[in-house]
Design a protein around this ligand. Structure first.
Ligand code: SF4
Length: 600
């Protein structure tokens, strides 16, 4: 049975309790049980910065076991960016450390009077003063906490200046490089005056049936060994997506207005591997090791993931790889989600070029360019973009408005609706919805807004399918009926998988559900079938939908910004626009929802 650590920052009360057994029965664990706790205890209508909002850190039953890809931790709160349920997750070792300390969930409520950090030393938990480190970046925060605790091996999740200053898309950064980036979870941490969580965990995870687990793990490892996607990721990580999928039109360029640009060749994996020494590393218990350090300016630094290269590079037409590597480190230190940041700056640059914003561009660092309608060089303006994102983190000048995210920034400045590149307030990730109807339908219906981390549909049209839930053929990306069927099945099964606590790439390397179900049953002695496991995922999905409806979401919100319904004339999207009007009624029907998108 899982354990919950409850921390009340108003009263400074700390308590522990077992996870309610019916929650585990119905919602598995991890992000699933977090959703049950969250939707039961958080009033839907509250302001996200109200102390009644819960910030929940969770790990799933896989975490800390021999199941591959199981080091993930998950974060949930009502999002300040979207006003609905917000979620994010990160890899590394923080999750494993939390599990080894004996906890499956940390449920944090209230608002501390002074900045604090939470120190979890196995079963001993303390709220400690963080006034001295409150304004530090995440790197210095980690270094200082390790010195204070006198242990270099503790694992830390913290916020940087962006979280402290309530940037609505602030991230939580663990181990200085793994970002729980999406939905502004770092801003919620900042609103609670919680600078960091530091954990030392030295316990063992109990397993109900070790032999069954061993055989399930062997099946997973054998499949992964042969999987082509896993083998590509082993070498190139997510970075080669820039090189390999730009021809399909999946890479967003110049604020989603182009699908081809020669600059992509300069900022993808192949450009990087020509210039830097690469040293791969893995999250806890991962046989693929898609992460890497590179030798950059005499230091080993984490390479930027595809999403950062695309959203801070291609989307803003920055084609200098050195700059993007440097920005990756700075943005992790500031604690900002690079997807939302890139998208919001993209709207700002376009509005500036269209002369819709009246600002002293020279003062911000833009260089004159008589050829541009604005008379300044806008796209790829490295000095100006860096100055802008630092202003965002500190909420200075124009950065204050940009810190609200693309939807609110555009609306407050009365900018045209076509600049609002989001779904339910969450900025669209670096996978073009016009490139794949599955991506578009998923972005439009995901409980978190336009989100790709739990169910990356762009992979589904190129990776293995799930043969034991009837998805045994690759789905045609511009299709309709097959798209709806696949999106529903993938959304439900990936909710169940996230409730188990795995990295979503692992889910895509394995072409069946059964070994995951066998692993879960072996760990906790339950008797899920593939069918009942997917049904649990559907229950989790519907639970979140019902909460969002209480927040005010209707079927009218199941859409994306208007830009994504204007075809791109050239490139791999082949002038496709996602036929959401056709897809959504079929989607609601298949889900058993009414015609307004309400679950039973
Ligand atoms: S596939 Fe990559 S992100 Fe996922 S667990 Fe392995 S190293 Fe971490």
């Amino acid at each position: 049975m899982g354990k919950i650590l409850r921390v009340d920052l108003d009263t400074r009360m700390i308590s522990t309790e077992d996870v309610n057994s019916s929650d585990e029965e119905n919602y598995i664990g991890g992000a699933g049980v977090a959703a049950a706790i969250f939707t039961r205890e958080v009033p839907a209508k509250i302001d996200p910065y109200d102390g009644k909002n819960l910030l929940i850190f969770s790990v799933g039953p896989f975490c800390g076991t021999t199941v591959p890809f199981c080091g993930r931790h998950f974060v949930m709160a009502k999002s300040p960016l979207t006003g609905i349920i917000g979620e994010s997750s990160a890899g590394g070792f923080f999750g494993k450390e939390l599990k080894s300390a004996g906890f499956d969930h940390i449920v944090i409520k209230g608002i501390s009077e002074n900045p604090v950090f939470l120190w979890i030393d196995n079963e001993k938990v303390k709220i400690r003063d963080a006034s001295e480190i409150w304004n530090f970046g995440t790197i210095k925060t980690e270094e200082t906490l390790k010195q204070i605790i006198k242990d270099d091996n503790i694992k830390i999740a913290s916020i940087g200046p962006a979280g402290v200053n309530l940037v609505k898309y602030a991230a939580i950064i663990s181990e200085s490089q793994h970002a729980s980036g999406r939905c502004g979870m770092g801003a919620i941490m900042g609103s609670k005056k919680l600078k960091a969580i530091a954990v030392r965990g030295q316990g063992q995870v109990t397993i109900d049936n070790k032999d069954n687990l061993k055989s399930a793990v062997k099946k997973i490892r054998d499949i992964v060994k042969e999987d082509p996607l896993a083998n590509v990721m082993k070498e190139t990580g997510t970075l080669a997506h820039m090189d390999n999928y730009v021809s399909m039109g999946d890479v967003p360029i110049k604020n989603y207005s182009l699908s081809r640009w020669p600059g992509t060749k300069k900022i993808g994996y192949y450009a990087l591997q020509e210039r830097y020494k690469i040293k791969h590393y893995a999250c806890f218990n991962c046989p693929v090791a898609c992460r890497a350090f590179i030798n950059f300016e005499g230091q080993m630094v984490a390479w930027p993931e595809y999403e950062t290269l695309a959203m801070m590079g291609a989307l803003l037409m920055v084609d200098d790889l050195d700059v993007l590597i440097k920005w990756n480190g700075i943005l992790n230190d500031l604690g900002i989600d690079t997807i939302s940041l890139g998208s919001t700056i993209g709207a700002f640059l376009e509005a500036t070029e269209r002369k819709l914003i009246d600002l002293d561009l020279k003062e911000i660092g833009f260089n004159p360019d008589p050829e541009n309608p604005s008379e300044y060089q806008i796209w790829g303006a490295i000095t100006a973009i860096e100055k802008i994102f630092r202003m965002v983190a500190m909420r200075e000048g124009v950065g204050d408005g940009l810190a609200e995210g693309v939807r609110i920034f555009c609306r407050k400045r009365n900018l045209p609706e076509d600049l609002e590149t989001h779904g339910k307030g969450l900025e669209v990730p670096a996978h073009e919805p016009r490139c794949n109807n599955m991506t578009a339908l998923d972005y439009a219906t995901s409980s978190r807004g336009a989100y790709h981390c739990y169910e990356p549909m762009h992979l589904s049209s190129m990776a293995n399918q799930k043969i034991d839930i009837g998805l045994d053929e690759k789905v045609e990306r511009f299709g309709t009926d097959d798209v709806v069927n696949a999106v529903v099945k993938i959304q439900d099964s990936s909710e169940a998988y996230s409730a188990c606590g795995g990295c979503i790439f692992g889910f895509w390397y394995v072409n069946q559900i059964a070994p995951w179900v066998q692993s879960l049953n072996a760990i906790n002695g339950r008797s899920y079938t593939v069918e009942s496991w997917v049904e649990a995922g559907e229950r989790i999905f519907n639970l979140k939908r019902k909460f969002n409806i209480e927040c005010g979401i209707t079927s009218k919100d199941d859409t994306l910004g208007p830009r994504f319904f204007t075809p791109l004339n050239k490139g791999g999207t082949k002038q496709n626009i996602p036929p959401l009007d056709e897809l959504l009624p079929k989607y609601y029907n298949l889900r058993g929802w009414d015609s307004e998108g309400n679950p039973p």
